[in-house]
Design a protein around this ligand. Structure first.
Ligand SMILES: NC(=O)c1ccc[n+]([C@@H]2O[C@H](COP(=O)([O-])OP(=O)(O)OC[C@H]3O[C@@H](n4cnc5c(N)ncnc54)[C@H](OP(=O)(O)O)[C@@H]3O)[C@@H](O)[C@H]2O)c1
Length: 272
């Protein structure tokens, strides 16, 4: 039951009404027996700094941040973690003792999902990341941090690919679409294939057995890329485990408790 003492966490974004985060986080609070509630605020572009200030005024202790606010929130919080600073993006804000700290839990969420869904440890793997936007940058940095042998970024705008690849340090490179053929792990971090666009972000004939293909898109659950990759013998996973993983990391940052990940994953699947 929500009472006057209930603590509040929220997601800000625009659009936000389709977000699975309220279902995931409210299931987590219930499973952990915590007196917290999680709501969604539709905050228009340009108003993210007002939302961060409102955390203090209203006593909101946790904030998830989604499009289009991740960069604006990085600039609006009192401080950022090294990950969030390097990425220039915040997807999770913690308010403690009146101060706000910006975190990026997308990279840890991605690695958690890779392990939980596919039992894949990227250490020593040759990785290709398609895209160079916010999600791609978090994935590139996390793969390098987890010991990938190489992280090649393939993106239609080369200048952004160069900046994303730099996040992987010495193992980061910019590559062309053909590099997918030699990869152990391929990650689609473009929106191609989302909804009913039916698109493929790469030539599927470059894929085959022995490869792992992850699509960060999770709607539909089986994207055209995942269908084509599975048909050619690759192992596949969608973006839902990453969504759960980043939420689990946020839960722990806000509450200081281990996240009830199975309850969170079940809620994500049910709401999906
Ligand atoms: N599963 C999760 O938890 C999770 C978390 C975050 C994001 N995502 C998903 O990841 C995807 C990317 O999100 P984002 O926030 O990184 O977006 P973003 O910052 O807008 O970046 C999009 C990237 O995709 C490329 N791109 C866009 N349309 C393309 C097209 N038609 N053909 C080729 N490349 C295209 C862009 O290339 P240019 O640089 O050339 O513009 C850019 O590099 C979305 O589908 C999002 O839903 C999933």
């Amino acid at each position: 039951m929500v009472t006057a003492a209930t603590r509040v966490a929220a997601v800000i974004g625009d659009p936000v009404r389709h977000s699975l985060s309220p279902a995931i986080h409210n299931a987590a609070f219930a499973a952990a027996g915590l007196d917290w509630v999680y709501v969604a605020f539709e905050v228009p572009a340009g108003r993210a700094a007002d939302a961060v200030r409102a955390m203090d005024v209203l006593g909101i202790d946790g904030l998830s941040v989604t499009m289009p606010h991740k960069a604006d929130v990085a600039a609006a919080v009192d401080s950022c973690t090294p990950d969030a600073l390097a990425l220039g993006a915040v997807n999770c804000v913690v308010r403690r003792h009146g101060r706000t700290t910006g975190h990026s839990t997308d990279g840890d969420g991605f690695l958690w999902g890779l392990q939980d869904d596919l039992s894949v440890d990227p250490s020593g793997l040759r990785c290709v990341v398609l895209g160079a936007g916010g999600a791609a940058r978090a994935v590139v940095r996390s793969l390098a941090g987890a010991g990938a042998a190489s992280v090649a970024v393939v993106n239609r705008t080369e200048e952004r690919a160069v900046r994303a690849a730099a996040l992987a340090g010495p193992v980061g490179t910019v590559a062309g679409p053909g590099s997918v053929a030699d990869a152990d792990l391929v990650v689609n971090a473009t929106p191609v294939g989302m909804g009913d666009d039916g698109g493929l972000p790469l030539d599927p004939d470059l894929l085959g057995p022995g490869q792992v293909v992850v699509d960060l898109v999770y709607h539909p659950a089986t994207t055209p890329l995942l269908e084509a990759a599975a048909a050619r013998g690759a192992r596949t996973g969608n973006g839902l485990p990453m969504l759960v993983g980043q939420a689990a990391a946020a839960f722990t940052l806000w509450t200081g408790e281990a996240a009830p990940v199975r309850a969170m994953a079940a809620a994500a699947s049910a709401a999906h």
